[in-house]
Design a protein around this ligand. Structure first.
Ligand SMILES: [Fe+2]
Ligand SMILES: [Fe+2]
Length: 185
């Protein structure tokens, strides 16, 4: 695949937010794979395309962003004549990036865990506060929602251990927040 074009479009649709999120996912996938082989190209492409459906250029009301991202990615990959097995692998990763059946591909499981970790802990909490600007109550509620979703989606033991640490970080952060605001926010 033409990486330059994908980076360019991801930057156009999601800005540094999307590019940096993809970069962190790629780091986590590498760590979580623990040396086992996986399709790096499929993961790379999915890391960039998986949230396109949540960005203003593609978002559709009433459609989950992972369904929309899958739809957009399918059109994109078909137009570029990707081989079917590669396209299917990327689309599965995108479709299931917030959770999916246990019997899906290794790449898809790795990716879901990586994305979930980026929604937990200090990084996850700060990201979620960015998603809901000037709405502290809404952000706190979103932190709880994303936490439940992420913990449910995770597959690997190693990810679960890291997630547990990140949940503790979030609890500490939210406790301090509550103290420092006198619960007024
Ligand atoms: Fe997502
Ligand atoms: Fe994501």
């Amino acid at each position: 695949m033409e990486h330059k074009e994908i980076v360019h479009l991801t930057q156009e649709y999601g800005g540094d937010w999307a590019i940096c999120h993809a970069g962190r996912i790629l780091h986590w996938v590498e760590i979580l794979a623990e040396g086992k082989p996986y399709d790096k190209e499929a993961v790379w492409v999915a890391a960039h395309l998986h949230d396109w459906g949540g960005y203003p250029a593609w978002i559709q009301e009433g459609v989950e962003h992972y369904d929309r991202s899958r739809e957009v990615a399918e059109g994109f990959l078909r137009e570029r004549n990707c081989p079917d097995p590669f396209r299917d692998k990327v689309l599965e990763i995108i479709q299931c990036h917030h959770g999916g059946p246990a019997e899906r591909s290794f790449e898809s499981c790795l990716f879901t865990d990586a994305d979930a970790l980026d929604l937990l802990g200090v990084v996850g909490t700060l990201r979620i506060f960015c998603m809901v600007p000037r709405n502290l109550k809404g952000a706190i509620m979103a932190v709880q929602r994303f936490r439940e979703m992420s913990l449910k989606a995770i597959t690997f033991e190693k990810s679960k251990e890291i997630a547990q640490k990140r949940v503790e970080e979030t609890d500490y952060l939210l406790k301090k927040f509550d103290e420092e605001t006198f619960g007024i926010y």
